[in-house]
Write a protein that binds this ligand. Structure first.
Ligand code: HEM
Length: 494
């Protein structure tokens, strides 16, 4: 995905035209800003960042400018928070002030500020509250949904058994199993793994997660006006997104045709019911656009994050066979080989619980997250951040903070174990972020990770095709998400 010379030329020309007036506008905001690298007039600090590894370059800058610094992404000014203390002081201690969503042009173009992840103010509060309550009513964190996940985990195990230990890339099998869970919550049904259109949908989500994390996706966020005119793979994001949108809209139409207000079947039905209840209110946030976008948010976020984490987890267990052996032993001792794992087992399986947390800490599937913003003029560590200031909490830097984790660069479940082998909760575990924008699907994701992980390892030993020293556990791309290198494995029956 290298930029061609022509594209670069276009980029620079466009920047020259766009830049000066916008730059002036950007400078007008008053505020007492944290220190940071000197920006170039149009590019800001772009040349100090490696778009292929944004996370690492942001961390390097903090070594020079401190845990709170100002960065210019093109014409956009962003305050970066690095390390546990700074992120916690902002997102937890001043939660209300830091609960805004910043400008993410790429995703805003897709969502128009509808849905949950990219909305702000009252609209965000109302939609988030509704979605959380509805997911709980539909079983998030409870037995009914647990059974649904157990059933899907059995389908996954069955498919793995059919490979008969032949080499196989698990990416899309895992995504389909995981996606089916959120599909049954929002659409009321699961799909057969062989269903071609389901595979296409899961493929689109997977590709968009990669593209949003690629240098192209990041350049679009920095120079939205210009990149909209530039050809390149980032345009595929919009095509993929539209296809997903069409699918969600079709589902909504099908639900409308068979809708019974006395018997809501799933998330879409609950939303339709709310639309009906508020249809006389011109200020209501419940309408078709917010329904489609909220459903899309849940479908996208509920598919790719969990499946990427599982894929990362399986790779790490192959890289560290001694850790895999200990997980096998704990499963055998607590669950045995025959019954389905259940969420209740987790409290008696501290080692496995620690491994899953360590996979999330080490893998950092969402290393930076979306931009936050301050909702009003905010004093923070002696600086004054004007309302609307974009804030980038580097979640991965919390996970790599040596004051919080003994050996942060090493994959070691001991980071989550106490000296007697019990599970140790860590405040610096922020895979789901923290504060008011904390992941809405955390309860569901934690159930899924535990049940899919243990169900797979109960039945199989995961065996790599490559030599251990050749297994690369660093991310293939790192942007919105950390995407692991693709791999094949053998699922050998135990
Ligand atoms: C391992 C799995 C998951 C991880 C690591 C994860 C991580 C995150 C993180 C870090 C954020 C905060 C982003 C930010 O504001 O910077 C977030 C937000 C969100 N997540 Fe998750 N997530 C996971 C699973 C899920 C699932 C299963 C769902 C759907 C049920 C979901 C739905 C959402 C939504 C809707 C938001 C936006 C919340 C808001 O802006 O108020 N996530 N997630």
């Amino acid at each position: 995905m290298e930029l061609t010379a022509a594209t670069l030329l276009l980029l620079l020309l466009g920047l020259a035209c766009l830049g000066v007036c916008l730059h002036r506008k950007g400078q007008q905001k008053r505020g007492e800003w944290p220190p940071g690298p000197r920006p170039l007039p149009l590019l800001g600090n772009l040349l100090q960042l490696d778009p292929k590894d944004m996370a690492k370059s942001l961390l390097t800058l903090s070594e020079r400018y401190g845990p709170v610094y100002t960065l210019h992404l093109g014409l956009q000014r962003v305050v970066v928070l690095c390390g546990y203390q700074a992120v916690k002081e902002a997102l937890v201690d001043q939660a209300e002030e830091f609960s805004g969503r910043g400008d993410v042009p790429l995703v805003f173009r897709l969502t128009q500020g509808n849905g949950i992840a990219l909305s702000n103010g009252e609209k965000w509060k109302v939609l988030r509250r509704f979605a959380l309550q509805t997911l709980r009513n539909l079983g998030m964190g409870r037995r009914s949904l647990e059974e649904r996940i157990q059933q899907e985990a059995r389908c996954l195990v069955q498919e793995l058994a059919q490979t008969q230990a032949a080499p196989f890339d698990p990416t899309f099998l895992i995504s389909r199993a995981v996606s089916n869970v959120i599909c049954s919550v929002v659409f009321g049904d699961r799909f057969e793994y062989q269903d071609g259109s389901f595979l296409t949908l899961v493929g689109l989500i997977n590709q968009n997660f990669q593209l949003l994390s690629s240098p192209w996706g990041q350049l679009y966020n920095i120079f939205p006006g210009l990149m909209s005119c530039v050809p390149g793979p980032h345009n595929r994001i919009f095509e993929n997104f539209e296809q997903l949108q069409v699918f969600v809209l079709e589902q909504v139409k099908m639900h409308q045709e068979s809708f019974d207000p006395n018997c809501p079947r799933d998330f879409i039905d609950c939303f339709l019911l709310k639309m009906e209840q508020e249809n006389q209110d011109p200020l209501s946030y419940f309408h078709t656009e917010t329904l489609v976008m909220t459903t899309h948010n849940l479908f996208f976020a509920g598919t790719e994050t969990v499946s990427t984490t599982l894929r990362y987890g399986f790779l790490l267990l192959m890289k560290y066979p001694e850790i895999q052996a200990k997980v096998h032993a704990e499963i055998d001792q607590v669950i045995g080989r025959h019954r389905s794992p259940s969420v209740e087992d987790r409290s008696r399986m501290p080692y496995t619980d620690a491994v899953i947390h360590e996979v999330q800490r080490f893998g950092d599937v969402i290393p930076v997250g979306f931009l936050n913003a301050v909702t009003r003029d905010t004093r923070f560590r002696g600086f004054l951040l004007p309302e609307g200031t974009n804030v980038l909490p580097l979640l991965f830097s919390v996970h790599k903070d040596p004051t919080q984790f003994k050996d942060p660069a090493t994959f070691d479940p001991a980071h989550f174990l106490d000296p007697s082998g019990g599970f140790r909760k860590q405040d610096a575990f922020m895979a789901f972020s923290t504060g008011k924008r904390v992941c809405l699907g955390e309860g569901l994701a934690r159930m899924e990770l535990f049940l899919f992980f243990t169900s797979t390892l109960q039945r199989f030993a995961l065996s790599p095709l490559a030599r251990l020293q050749d297994l690369d556990v660093s991310p293939l791309v790192s942007g919105l998400g950390n995407v692991p290198h693709p791999y094949e494995f053998r699922a050998v029956p135990r």
